[in-house]
Design a protein. Sequence first.
Lengths: 335, 335
Amino acid sequence: MYNAAAAATYYRDKNVTITGGLGMIGSNLARSLVDLGANVTIVDAMLAQFGGNHFNLSGYEDRIHLIAADIRDRSATDSFILNQHVIFNFAAQVSHNDSIRDPYSDAQINYLGHLNVLESARVNNPDVRIIYSGSRLQYGKVHSVPTSEDHPLNPETPYAFNKTVAESMYRYYYRLHGIDSVLFRITNPYGVRGQMKHSGYGIVNYFIGCAMRGEAISVFGDGSQIRDYIYISDLVDALVAAGASVAARGKVMNLGSGRGTSFREMAETVVRVVGRGSVSLVPWPKSYINVETGDFIANIDLARNTLGWTPEILLEDGVRITLHYYEQYGGHYFE
Amino acid sequence: MYNAAAAATYYRDKNVTITGGLGMIGSNLARSLVDLGANVTIVDAMLAQFGGNHFNLSGYEDRIHLIAADIRDRSATDSFILNQHVIFNFAAQVSHNDSIRDPYSDAQINYLGHLNVLESARVNNPDVRIIYSGSRLQYGKVHSVPTSEDHPLNPETPYAFNKTVAESMYRYYYRLHGIDSVLFRITNPYGVRGQMKHSGYGIVNYFIGCAMRGEAISVFGDGSQIRDYIYISDLVDALVAAGASVAARGKVMNLGSGRGTSFREMAETVVRVVGRGSVSLVPWPKSYINVETGDFIANIDLARNTLGWTPEILLEDGVRITLHYYEQYGGHYFE
């Protein structure tokens, strides 16, 4: 929930670009912004193995301008930033585990690509507002939950290092060059239009896929580790509000549901809602235990107060909406 | 001072590569390692405007293998890391102010270049030891001096961001892949074989050059800001000891003199020792006050205790040795 009337007033005829816009977050956001009257451009590198999917724009193809470009290409960022009021800079390598296998590519996309956009803004469009999607993994292992934004950052893997240094760079460009930005640290998002091929793009979506196929869902350890899962429409509401909010300027804010759910409870909810599959407890694989960060729940008071926003979708409802989407359109996502 | 006999035993016939080895730190280190019996290779990209200078190897040309290569080139790092026992990975963009003008190049060299070396080590030579030269600027504004390694890191500029994220990546490769490294945070080094063309490569050397030309040295504000200046031979002693030390494995250590000197006192020392020039107090330029970090003195207890090392050269003596060097060889450095 947020002030949709104010957002509609703000976005009417505004030029908005979403990088990584064929992915789950970008495409759902694009559809909402089109509905609010914005002129929406999507920039996507359409990299194989990444989260982009043309079907995510189904029904909106005629109302969204699509550019095939990579934020690692400075000439591309110099060009697409022109005349834009807001950039949702969501182009990203989103897999934590892929960042461990290939830290260099992660750094190039999640850090240097974003630095390109900042430099292009400074040179070609210093009045643009940029919205950045950081990660709760920037906190690393936390000493208290719910965790607020002033908790120290102890990133532990390449994905988290690059999200953190990129956030520092955004803050620096705001401080030194006055480039307006709103910086989010997002907890596990899930929902419609996410990749369903493997676990690297969101564990809830992956589990829904497993259950739909009647498979056993592997939960590591006793499944007691707490996570904060945010449904995509709640996330999009916050992003829409942030793009239009004067109060959000220069702020770093957590985005989550604010509720903790154990991994096992999440998996059991998925199995119950889908009505197929099962939950199977397995020992921690070594490659995962190295990057396991312990319990996490986001303190979302700052986003609530700044954006006048409240997340509304309970996990069970989010899973049900997601299931219905993939029952209808799964053919575009599973193969 | 350090245990030179133990170091000589360690380095005899060891293969040691120094990246950025034509610069001030790398070249002085290379000469010491040759003297200790190591097979020394220097890798240097020989970039214009950077600190490398072939004259730095004067008298040692026949005993050092020189490779023109850039750590931004993964095929180069894959190749030069082979069969090496120790890599002093000192290739760097060293100017704080240049990192503000061109943050992208700073990130490519000071972060992604180092990531190339780490990946090459993981794939081609996992038993190598890598010594990394971070910066005291990783601390940003400190809340107490002398500052020890457990002080929070609050980097404020691209140079400091990139030094910090590179250090995180070294620690991660040590933790996850067992790549042995020793990580230093170095305070303002000065001395023989440094660039003398402008202020970007060390302020003490630059001031010595100004005084030698009889110029007025500009000191910002009242010159009361405290810095910790370390003379190059003290720095090299610590690096030599670190390359050979089992106890140093995986450690992050400050390297400085451990003594604080006001900026004004440093400038006055330079003018007094050189016997020419003058000190002129001028207001802070805006571009500098944005990056001024306040007083800094390194707590060097950890390096002292781990390496059995003690810095010995007082500022006045270091300036005198440096002056004599440039009186003799200045033609190779000033133009």
